[in-house]
Design a protein around this ligand. Sequence first.
Ligand SMILES: *Cc1c(COP(=O)(O)O)cnc(C)c1O
Length: 433
Amino acid sequence: MTEIKKNIYPRSSVLFERAIEVIPGGVNSPVRAFRGVGGTPLFIQSARGATITDADGRTYIDYVGSWGPMILGHAHPEVISAIQTAAARGTSYGAPTELEILLAEEVIDAFPSIEKLRLTSSGTEATMSALRVARGFTGRPKIVKFEGCYHGHGDSLLVRAGSGVATLGLPDSPGVLPEVAQSTITVPYNDVAALEHVFDEVGNQIAAVIIEPVVGNMGCVPPRENYLQEVRRITEKQGAVLIFDEVMTGFRVARGGAQELYGIKADLTCLGKIIGGGLPVGAFGGRREIMDVVAPVGPVYQAGTLSGNPLAVTAGLTTLRLLKSLNPYPQLERATARLVEGMTEAAREAGIGVVSNRLGSMFTTFFTSATVYDWTTASRSDRAAFGRFFHAMLDEGVYLAPSQFEAGFVSAAHSDEIIDRTIASARLAFGRV
Ligand SMILES: *Cc1c(COP(=O)(O)O)cnc(C)c1O
């Protein structure tokens, strides 16, 4: 099999051999290594609209979208031109700029629960900082997270953390101190009673509950009806800070994220991915009284040399402004519904049992026949069958996330024609699973 792949992807194969000599596993983020599906990762040369092109000059319809940020499609001309203009003014100052105010105002306009926010350079930094702030604000030690939810690679959050970790089969990560991991309580997602039970036991020690309101990191798993309302009710009653990790869902499932969709106000919100428009940006923000514990107003330290970087903020701001003016959400909804219906039908025709979850332009086709609503049900999927499907799709010119436990993303550049071509490819690929 490796030999065949070498024939098809000679340049990626050579690059991978060089990369593994100097970079752990040849990649700078583990899921990129194709361990979940086998084979050699593709090295990418360029991307445009709905497609990416690899080092061997093969072009694919892309459903990874850089793992979420590229909601307008790759290399959107207005975003690129804004970055070019900004770059000519210098790439970093280490001093405040008006751009940062504009981005903060744009986010606050979309998220009514956010009164103040701080920019970071990644989603990981945003969630780590939000936890520190929640602990500093409440004076309590513990946090609650949900099985299969991923919140970046901060120590206290690398507990039952979904996709990347699960694909590699690592229960937890060595190097995380037991006393740190012990302050993290994990409960199943979509299970109100389990959360209530934890609060009955140790409610007065819980600083924060952090949640992916719509999960993307065990594959796409939406909340059950009223689930998020219950999470809000329980945390409010016990004085725990409710952190919505909307790094993936912010500006994705709606302009105002899952909070807009479900009509809920989180105490703190974490953002990333889309708000950087493909450059490194993260943010955490929320109620003024909580955010005012952050230095230099309050005592909780948080900082970053490149935080609010003018290039990154420009890419993000341009993206958010385009999202507001173009309002691609109804079209994303239609296109993704069409895609998921077509793929599910193609699987059925091939006699393969799949369950497709979708919310807006996030979707996952699980190779399982029972409803997927949490990590336990997601993990029953047939990963080997997914791996065969993944490679068959690649051969047909469609680039999916190389893991069963990731959400796929549709962008505004995915036209009906591209969606239909994908469905035709899926019909052939399911036939070879
Ligand atoms: C991607 C992601 C993160 C981590 O963001 P990075 O920029 O990769 O550090 C955190 N939370 C969620 C929900 C994510 O999807």
